[in-house]
Design a protein around this ligand. Structure first.
Ligand code: SF4
Length: 372
């Protein structure tokens, strides 16, 4: 079995956990995610959703380490992410570090503004869970640059964070929150030396993207989520009003400042889209230097899509395998991304596919041995 195939199936069926495990419940980003290294590759998998009870995959403790098993057969070595040591610290002004930023495997991540102009009204993105975390009391509404700078330095020193991923809810302002996120990123980078990705919606004035670059930010995520306009209208009305063409304009401008591969977009599979539109859109994005970060829908408990199931593995495989070779051919692979989700790849099978395509054929199999 190839690693990418196992990742796709795990992200569809989930992983039953029979071992101590650090969970990351609720919220935006890789919610309801177990964070785990599989054969040294970072992967996020559903562990708490209802459908996981039917998964054949289990995480089992072994004499030294852990393994992923299916029906009694050991499929791969696994290492769950440890609880980060910086979670035990508190800022000078009394806020626990874990309420300000979380470790996503080796990436430090934070939602700097935990509110969104669209949350709770007709414009709310159906896949999003930004308000769920806020309601849980596990995070603070506004994270300040000085607080985040403290956390970044500690996450690098104590837990080996290699980059920083910052997102924000959209604001009513014309910059959509990009400038505040960039300020936070600048403070964190100055304190830690880590590269930073900042994620935001296309600003009304593209000069905002220049201001983000001027703060030393390394990579940006400007997420269209889908290239099927009918689906976009249903899942994210404000993004549909912005229009897919405006995303291409923003991306083109951003590539001019950040460079090829340092601009990315989420592309979520499993929302009822026409796969041909997805593949065409991804190829067009790649052609202008934008990395399409393909992920299967991860239904967020508490979101408007909480009851939707992740897309079938063969569908994810079919779409992703039309895009991964194109990325490799154009030299726009994840290992060239400096910071953020597209660098990390834990929520996507595409990074593993890229490595398959770049490595000799016999290096792509993961070890399988019988249990006991
Ligand atoms: S713009 Fe959409 S995805 Fe982003 S935080 Fe707001 S509701 Fe969530």
């Amino acid at each position: 079995m190839k690693l990418a195939d196992l990742i796709i199936d795990l992200q569809y069926r989930g992983l039953r956990v029979n071992a101590p495990f650090e969970r990351r419940p609720g919220g935006a980003g890789p919610s309801d995610a177990g964070m785990i290294w599989i054969e040294g590759t970072a992967v996020t998998v559903p562990v708490d959703a209802g459908f996981v009870a039917g998964s054949p995959y289990t995480l089992e403790p072994e004499d030294a380490g852990f393994g992923i098993y299916a029906d009694g057969v050991r499929l791969a070595a696994a290492a769950p992410a440890d609880r980060p040591r910086f979670y035990d610290l508190t800022t000078a002004d009394g806020v626990p570090y874990w309420q300000l930023a979380l470790m996503h495997l080796d990436s430090l991540a934070s939602t700097v503004l935990q509110t969104c102009a669209y949350w709770g009204n007709d414009d709310q993105c159906r896949f999003c869970g930004i308000g769920v975390s806020l309601a849980s009391g596990n995070t603070v509404t506004v994270k300040r640059p000085a607080q985040l700078a403290e956390v970044a330095a500690a996450a690098k020193e104590l837990d080996g964070a290699v980059d920083i991923t910052l997102t924000t809810g959209s604001t009513y302002g014309p910059d959509k929150g990009a400038l505040y996120a960039a300020r936070c990123g600048q403070a964190m980078k100055e304190a830690s030396g880590l590269p930073v990705e900042v994620q935001f919606e296309p600003p009304d004035d593209l000069a905002v993207i220049d201001k983000v670059a001027d703060r030393g930010i390394d990579s940006v995520g400007i997420h269209v989520e889908t290239f099927d306009p009918a689906v976009l209208e249903w899942v994210a009305p404000p993004k549909h009003r912005t229009g897919i063409e405006r995303y291409f304009e923003a991306w083109e401008h951003a590539v001019g400042r950040f460079g090829e591969g340092q601009v990315s977009t989420y592309v979520i599979l499993g929302m009822g889209e026409d796969p041909d539109l997805i593949v065409e859109g991804c190829w067009r994005a790649v052609d202008i230097g934008v990395y399409p970060f393909i992920v299967p829908l991860r239904p967020v408990p508490g979101s408007l899509m909480a009851d939707v199931l992740p897309p079938a593995p063969d569908y994810v495989d079919r779409v992703a395998r039309q895009v991964a070779p194109y990325l490799v051919e154009r030299g726009l692979t994840a290992d060239r991304v400096t910071a953020g989700c597209a660098r990390c790849q834990a929520c996507s099978p595409v990074g593993a596919m890229e490595r398959e395509l770049q490595a000799p054929a016999d290096r792509n199999l993961i070890p399988v041995r019988a249990l006991g």
